[in-house]
Structure formats: C-alpha cells, structure tokens
Design a protein around this ligand. Structure first.
Ligand code: UDP
Length: 379
C-alpha cells in the first residue's frame, strides 16, 4: 500500500477538519489502496517553544486579535515571513524525523507553515518526495501557503489562485477545485421535512442556524435571544432557531435553561452538520471558511457576524460580492435581518439560496483526491 502523510496543525479547527475530509475522500474513492496518516507537525515534532503555537492560537485569535494581526503580518506579512524564514531553517531536522518515521510516498500539507520548512528539507535529499498543498483558507491566505517548488496547489477561489501564480507556482500545477469538505456534504440531501422530523424541529417554520465555529465563539447567545424576540414579535412565531454551540458547553447549558417563544433546538458539538444545515433556511456565523463552504453547498444564505483578522477577512467580500449573504456585526440588526428574510424578503432569501448552491463545490474533496492520485500515478 502506498503511504500518504497529511501535515496539519491545530491552529484553528479548519486544518484538522480538512485533513480528515481528505482522508475520508481517499478511503471512499480508493478503499485499502493507501495508508493515510495525519500528524500535527507543530505540536508533535517541533521543539519548545515552537510546539506551543496551537495552544496560543485560541487566545490570540479570540482575546488578542490585534496581536494576532501583528504576528500574521498585516498587509505586507513582513514580520511573519521573516520569522518563518528564520524558524524554518532551524527546524529542518524535525522534517527529517517525520520522513524517517513515516516514510511517505506523498505528502499533503493543509497548513501554511509546512511549505517552507519541508521544501528546505527536501532540497537536501537525494530523492524528492512529491509534495502538494491544499489551501484551507477560502479567499485571503497567508503568502507562506504558496511555494513555487510544490508539485500541486489546490485552491478554492480566484483570489488564492492568483496568489499561487504570484508566488511563482507553475499555472499547470494550480487547481481551483474548492475547499476539502467532508464527503457527507457531497451526498444529495434528504427531504427537509424528513430531516426536521428526525432532528426534532418544527416541520413548517423556516429555520435559522446559529453557529460560532467549532468552539462556539462570538455573540451566538445574544443573537439567539434577539432572534427569539424578532421571530415572535407578532405573537405567532414566523421562524424557528437552531443553535450549534460547538464545544462551548457553558453557552449550551445557558441556552438550554431558557424559555423560548419560538421553537428552538440547542446543540453542543454535532457530528451531523450536513443534516442540520440541510434542515435550515439560512445561517448566522463568523466568517470561518469551512462553515461558509458547507453553507454554500447546502444553499444557505449567510449572515456573517464577525471574522478573525487576517485569514478570515477576505471571506466577507466573497460572501457579499457573490450575493449569497451580508455582513452585520450588531446582534439586534442580525435578528431583524432574519425576521425580514423569513417575512417580507422571502423571495430575496430564495434567490440568495439558489446563488449559494451554484457557488458551492460539493465534490471538491473527491476532485482533489482524484487529482492527487493522478499525480502519484504519473511519478
Ligand atoms: N463543526 C462541526 N460540529 C460542530 C461545530 C462545528 O462539525 O458542532 C465544523 C463545521 O461544520 C466546520 C468546522 O467545524 O467544518 C468549523 O470550521 P470553520 O472554518 O468554519 O471555523 P473554525 O472553527 O475552524 O474557526
């Protein structure tokens, strides 16, 4: 069996989710043909203090976004580029240890910090191991994602395609196929009524899905409470609410303890996201690339309630300019938008939903897997 090694790190939920989606895609298309290993290169192979980066990420992105923005490198990325150049030179030995332990026939990177250090290590080897990058950011990506020596780069938008070109990647090696999303999103959804019955939702009311990424961050709770009021303002509910609190247990418990005027389903971390999305009619979320890509596939118009500076910033114009949603930070304004979408602006909601479906890439994971397998055959 050929061995594929996926390099990721838990700086944000997206990298691990993308790695797992790719592994699932390989397993589904080519069962028993490849051994696929996923490793957190930063946590498990880098020396201290480099291995602390994943632990610092939630604090930086949620509590000190200004510091994150500074480290991310602002417009020029000068600081982060210099740090990466210095760090990568010190860390080539860690890549060699990974290669000796895992002996991969091909490496897939789903993380911006893997390219430089791996290419430095590869340059010193007699035989080069094929190396591909799958960019897990939607529209704004750090330049470190792109290295001109990689064998293929998979991107999800014209913006990141352009960045790869600028970095000197051969155009033949750049593939615009979409974000690697769990294969479950590629299957045709079951009828909404069946899903709603199964999920314990009201059958005949439009539903808004409220989510704050895997960690349940941002003003999800406040938005839920205000939507409850706006959707029941006339006395009879005109919609229903689904909250996915992710790993935010405290918020889940507070919302569960509440009395709701509209039908409301409150969940913690769910493993059946495609079902919940397909059972709903619109979504309010931070600008996480995974959630946006999934929502588009399910035809959900999107209210973006915030973004992490740097990598999520470009997702806002992506959603707004494609006419599949809007950006609004104020919870009361969000609650009013949802009430309008379920009331006088129903037609507008339907049109946005159609545009979202057209923009989604439900088969991206399989397309990326097929392309990588072709590359392996050509070696
Ligand atoms: N997710 C999930 N169950 C949950 C909450 C989130 O499966 O209860 C998934 C969601 O479907 C998406 C990912 O977690 O694939 C969140 O990724 P995103 O890029 O939106 O945000 P992040 O959490 O990485 O900042």
């Amino acid at each position: 069996m050929q061995r594929i090694l996926i390099l990721m790190s838990d700086t944000g939920g997206g990298h691990r989710a993308s790695a797992q989606a790719l592994k699932a895609g390989f397993d589904e298309l080519h069962p028993n043909r490849f051994t696929i290993e996923i490793i957190d290169f930063i946590t498990d192979y880098l020396p201290w203090p480099f291995n602390q980066m994943p632990k610092a990420y939630p604090f930086l992105s949620n509590d000190a976004p200004w510091l994150w923005k500074l480290l991310y490198g602002g417009q020029t990325h000068a600081l982060s580029n210099s740090l990466a150049q210095i760090g990568s030179r010190m860390l080539v030995g860690s890549v060699n240890r990974v290669l000796a332990e895992h002996k991969p026939d091909l490496i897939i990177s789903v993380h911006p910090l893997m390219q430089l250090v791996c290419m430095l290590a590869m340059a010193k080897r007699a035989q080069r191991i094929p190396f591909v990058t799958v960019v897990t950011d939607l529209t704004t990506a750090h330049p470190l994602w792109f290295h001109h020596e990689v064998d293929a780069v998979y991107v999800a938008s014209e913006n990141t395609q352009e960045m790869a070109l600028k970095a000197g990647v051969d155009p033949q090696r750049i593939h615009l196929l979409g974000l690697p999303i769990r294969p479950a999103f590629a299957r045709s959804p079951r009828p909404k009524a069946d899903l709603r019955a199964e999920l314990g939702m009201a059958l005949d009311l439009p539903a808004v899905l409220l989510i704050g990424g895997g960690e349940g961050i941002g003003p999800v709770e406040e938005i839920a409470v205000l939507c409850d009021a706006s959707l029941s303002a006339t006395g009879r509910p005109i919609g229903q609410i689904v909250v996915i609190a992710g790993r935010n247990k405290a918020m889940q418990e507070r919302l569960l303890a509440r009395n709701w005027a509209t039908p409301a389903r409150i969940n913690g971390f769910v493993d059946n996201m495609p079902d919940w999305m397909n059972a709903c009619d619109c979504i309010v979320t931070k600008a996480g690339p995974g959630t946006i890509a999934e929502a588009l596939i399910c035809g959900l118009p999107i209210v973006l309630s915030g973004f992490i500076p740097g990598q999520e910033e470009g997702n806002v114009p992506y959603v707004v300019d494609h006419g599949v949603g809007l950006y609004e930070e104020s919870p009361p304004a969000i609650a009013n938008i949802v009430a309008r979408w379920f009331g006088p602006e129903r037609e507008h909601l339907r049109a946005m939903s159609a545009r979202a479906r057209a923009l989604g890439h439900p088969h991206a994971t399989f397309d990326i897997v097929r392309s990588i397998v072709r590359l392996m055959k050509s070696r």
